[in-house]
Design a protein around this ligand. Structure first.
Ligand SMILES: [Cu+2]
Length: 131
C-alpha cells in the first residue's frame, strides 16, 4: 500500500518538471503590441527572433474591423491556441474596440508578408522580419 502511494507520488512529480517547463516558456513570452487604426498598423514593421516566445497583442482602436493577415508567418509559427486564428489559420480578426492576445513562437528567419485582408487596397500592409 505504502509502496503504491510512493510510486504514484513519484510518477506525479516526474510529470511536473516538463509541465512546468512548458508553462515557463509562455510565462516568459515577450509582449509585442500592434495597434490597428483606420487604416494602418502601428508599427507596420515587426521584428521577431526565431524560436522565441511572444504574446502578440493586437489592439483595434479604429471604427472598422481589422485583420492581422499573415498566412506564411502564422502557418510557420507555433501558435499555442490555433482556434483563435481565422480563415484557415491565415489571420486574426479583431473587432473595433477589441483586442486579441496570441501566444506564439516565432518561426524560421525570413521576411513574411503582413496585410489587413479588408484594407490592403488602402495600404494597410506591413512586413514581418524574423531574425
Ligand atoms: Cu483593416
Amino acid at each position: 500500500m505504502n509502496v503504491g502511494i510512493r510510486l504514484a507520488a513519484a510518477a506525479l512529480c516526474a510529470g511536473l518538471p516538463s509541465a512546468g517547463h512548458a508553462a515557463d516558456r509562455w510565462a516568459h513570452a515577450e509582449t509585442l503590441t500592434v495597434v490597428m487604426v483606420d487604416n494602418r498598423f502601428e508599427p507596420d514593421h515587426l521584428t521577431f527572433h526565431a524560436g522565441k516566445a511572444y504574446a502578440l497583442l493586437l489592439e483595434n482602436r479604429g471604427k472598422e474591423m481589422h485583420e492581422f493577415t499573415a498566412p506564411a508567418f502564422l502557418k510557420a509559427a507555433t501558435v499555442r491556441d490555433r482556434a483563435r486564428l481565422a480563415n484557415a489559420g491565415t489571420d486574426i480578426v479583431v473587432q473595433p474596440g477589441d483586442r486579441a492576445r496570441i501566444l506564439l513562437i516565432a518561426p524560421a528567419k525570413g521576411q513574411y508578408e503582413l496585410t489587413c485582408a479588408d484594407h490592403d487596397w488602402d495600404g494597410m500592409v506591413g512586413t514581418i522580419t524574423v531574425d
